[in-house]
Design a protein around this ligand. Structure first.
Ligand code: SF4
Ligand code: SF4
Length: 139
């Protein structure tokens, strides 16, 4: 499936991203790298860079609206995992639209999630040759 988030990254430079402090890797092996976080409340950490005016998460790599991705994707917080892009699930999501509009990007449209196989420019796999049909012999 096409993933329009890879050409976006706007939400990671719009919202404050906080999560339960125990999700960080000083408490949970394989968790969010604690060095990329800061204390937000007694029980929550924030991704560094998001807890300020004009936020941008320190884990975001690339140029917003062109090519951007999360450098800690596999160990991002539950807050990041719960953020749903518009029309990923067939529904519009205002939080996604708002973040994109703040960065001058139009809201996603349903067709931006079109499966790659429907992309006319994508080369198709060659068809497998058909197996020869069995010939039934008369008894
Ligand atoms: S703002 Fe929406 S489209 Fe952009 S990266 Fe976030 S979820 Fe994806
Ligand atoms: S950790 Fe990754 S997904 Fe979460 S806000 Fe930062 S860049 Fe975005």
């Amino acid at each position: 499936m096409n993933n329009p988030c890879l050409g976006c990254g706007a939400c990671c430079a719009y919202y404050r991203c906080t999560f339960y402090w125990r999700e960080a890797d000083d408490e949970t092996p394989g968790g969010v790298p604690v060095g990329l976080t800061e204390d937000a409340t007694p029980f929550r950490r924030a991704m560094s860079g998001t807890n300020q005016n004009d936020p941008r998460c320190v884990a975001l790599v690339g140029e917003i609206g062109v090519s951007a991705h999360c450098s800690i994707y596999a160990c991002r917080s539950t807050t990041c995992r719960a953020f749903v892009p518009s029309y990923f699930d067939g529904q519009r999501h205002e939080e996604c639209d708002k973040a994109r509009m703040k960065h001058g990007l139009a809201p996603l449209r349903p067709e931006e999630w079109t499966p790659e196989r429907d992309d006319p420019k994508k080369p198709r796999r060659p068809r497998r040759p058909r197996r020869p049909r069995r010939i039934r012999r008369a008894a």
